[in-house]
Design a protein. Sequence first.
Length: 161
Amino acid sequence: MLNTLILRKSVWGGSAEFTKAAFSWKDGQVYLAKCAEPLPIRWSRQLPPNCVPSTITVKLEPSGRWSVSLRVNDTRDLRLKPTQKQVGVDLGITSLLTTTDGDKVANPKNLQKLHKKLRLAQKSLDRKPDKKSNNYHKARLKVAKIHAKIKDPGGEFVTNY
C-alpha cells in the first residue's frame, strides 16, 4: 500500500509530509488521504495518552525501508526530580564508556566487519559502468543496506545502554 503513495520517489529515497487535513487517526491507526486501509505500522513505542498526531511524515530510505514519524503535542510535565547523585563518564577506545561507579560498556565489534563489507560493496558499485543497469541498482541497494546497518545498530547494545 505504501508503494501507491505519491512521493517524490527516487532511488535515493523520498518523503511526504501529511498535515491534519491529509490523514485521519482512528483507534490508534493512521489512515492517509485516499487510502482505504490503515498504514501497517510496527510501533517502536506507544504514543503518550490523550495525544493525537498533528503531522505525519512518511519516508523512503535509500535502503528500501519505509519509516513513519508522527509529531504530537504532549502536554504532560516530564521534568525530572532533582537528585544528589553524580556520575562521571569517560569515553575511551578499548571500552566505549566507563562510569565512576565502575560500569564499563564494551565497544560494538561488528563495525569493523561492516566497514570492510562497505568498502568492498562500494568498490563493486564503482566498477559498474552503466548507472541505468539492473546490476548497478542491486549494487547501490547493497551499499545502502550496509549504510543502514551502520547507522542503526539495533540489538542489545542500543536497548540496554
